[in-house]
Design a protein around this ligand. Structure first.
Ligand code: SF4
Length: 105
């Protein structure tokens, strides 16, 4: 997906909330579960903005990613039109925290 031109902005073009799913720093990762043959999907902020109370990095479940929004973010780098992006994303997101097999990946 093409990155929007311009420098980082605190909010999207319509001065609405920042949706992390539309940010270049929101990354999809696999977390091994069970015997290591399976995994679950998580998202992380590679700009280091998501932290637990004690300072550890916080991951969120992938199926919740469309709900991750904040009022503003100094590191937000939008990847495109947020409304179109979220609409398409919601069509493909799982409805719950699925377990996947590496063998079928
Ligand atoms: S940099 Fe900001 S907007 Fe981007 S994913 Fe991290 S917290 Fe969300």
């Amino acid at each position: 997906m093409a990155k929007a031109s311009g420098t980082s902005v605190k909010r999207d073009l319509f001065n609405e909330k920042v949706y992390c799913a539309n940010c270049v720093h929101c990354k999809l990762i696999r977390i091994p579960v069970g015997d290591g043959q399976q995994y679950q999907l998580r998202v992380r902020c590679d700009a280091g903005k998501w932290k637990k109370k004690l300072g550890e990095e916080k991951y969120y479940k992938y199926f919740t990613v469309a709900r991750r929004s904040i009022e503003e973010c100094s590191a937000y780098e939008p990847m495109g039109d947020v409304k179109d992006f979220l609409k398409e994303l919601k069509k493909t997101l799982p409805i719950k925290d699925e377990v996947y097999s590496y063998r079928n990946a």
